[in-house]
Design a protein around this ligand. Structure first.
Ligand SMILES: [Mg+2]
Length: 326
């Protein structure tokens, strides 16, 4: 079977069988970060790989933005566990003819994101390669021993998302077309803001499960539901879908919100009696709105969309981004 038939998640399942089972109290493959026991506490450990031609195109990606994003996407995974990102290692694959100034700009972008969120690049490695590869590994601290996994959502819980969904995908479409008529959308793609502060507020309100939206809400909420053994029902009119006014883009905001990806918002579930208060606290302390978009159901694996209470087909098959099938 080829990788394109197996898919990214099929591959991960096979590799996971070869890495073995974690000891009691640890969590390895299958969530936003690994959870490790360490002397004096618990650590969150994650990695993300950005490959030229797959994740970014240097025709419209400035090196500062790429550096920012490489740090931001890892910080987003740490935040999705309710943690605070602390230190990163950066490994680069670089074409031999690359200008040193390009790599300095890349590191300036990383530094800007690190400074904003109180973390640092502590080391790494570099090698010759046929295209630019930026691999970041990151450690973070959870609040105490508590981490917020993908599993834990219970039927009846409220499904919430931070910020806006679909803006990064809209920005990418504009950049690809060479006409970023809405710089805010282009920025959503180039400089995503990881929801680190929001997670720090949210963890005091004890969400039942949490994930960051990297592949599109349909896909990522699907992962959360699969890990929790539940389903979810989302209200189309309740989703904070991107406003495309003035973008000159022929796209369905709802489809972008559900399947666009790279928004790096947080999606969490929480018992309904605590949802509004948690949302209000995040908004009051960070300025980021939190929307209550649906409910967890007992229909395991089923993601349903409704409009005014009536069932509505998902605009595109859920599945989001798969590295080997796309
Ligand atoms: Mg994630």
């Amino acid at each position: 079977m080829s990788l394109s038939e197996l898919g990214e998640f099929g591959l991960i399942d096979r590799l996971r069988a070869l890495t073995g089972e974690p000891p009691e109290g640890e969590l390895w493959i299958g969530d936003d970060t690994a959870v490790l026991r360490a002397p004096g506490g618990t650590l969150l450990f994650t990695a993300d790989l950005l490959v030229e031609g797959v994740h970014f195109d240097l025709a419209w990606t400035a090196p500062e933005d790429l550096g920012w994003k490489a740090i931001a996407v890892n910080a987003s995974d740490v935040a999705a566990m309710g943690g605070t990102p602390r230190r990163a290692l950066v490994s680069l694959g670089v074409r031999p003819g690359t200008e040193p100034g390009f790599l300095e700009a890349l590191y300036r972008g990383m530094r800007a994101c690190c400074d904003r969120f109180g973390l640092a690049v502590a080391g790494g490695d570099v090698s010759r390669a046929s295209e630019l590869v930026v691999s970041v590994a990151m450690l973070g601290n959870p609040a105490g021993r508590r981490v917020f996994e993908r599993r834990g959502a219970a039927p009846g819980d409220t499904v919430c998302v931070t910020g806006t969904l679909g803006a990064a995908a809209a920005g990418l479409a504009l950049l690809r077309a060479g006409r970023p008529a809405r710089p805010d959308l282009a920025a959503a793609h180039c400089r995503p803001v990881p929801r680190v502060r929001e997670a720090e507020v949210l963890r005091r309100h004890l969400p039942s499960a949490m994930i960051d939206v990297s592949d599109g809400l349909a896909s990522d909420l699907g992962h959360l539901c699969a890990a929790s053994g539940v389903g979810a029902q989302i209200g189309a009119e309740r989703l904070p879908a991107v406003d495309l006014t003035g973008a000159g883009l022929d796209a369905d905001p709802l489809a972008l919100a559900l399947t666009g990806g790279e928004d790096y918002e947080l999606c969490f579930t929480i018992p309904p009696d605590r949802a509004a208060r948690a949302a209000a606290a995040v908004e009051a302390e960070t300025g980021t709105p939190v929307h209550l978009v649906g409910e967890v159901t007992d229909r395991a694996g089923e993601l349903a969309l409704t409009r005014a209470g009536q069932p509505e087909p998902l605009p595109l098959p859920p599945g989001g981004w798969d590295h080997f099938r796309s």
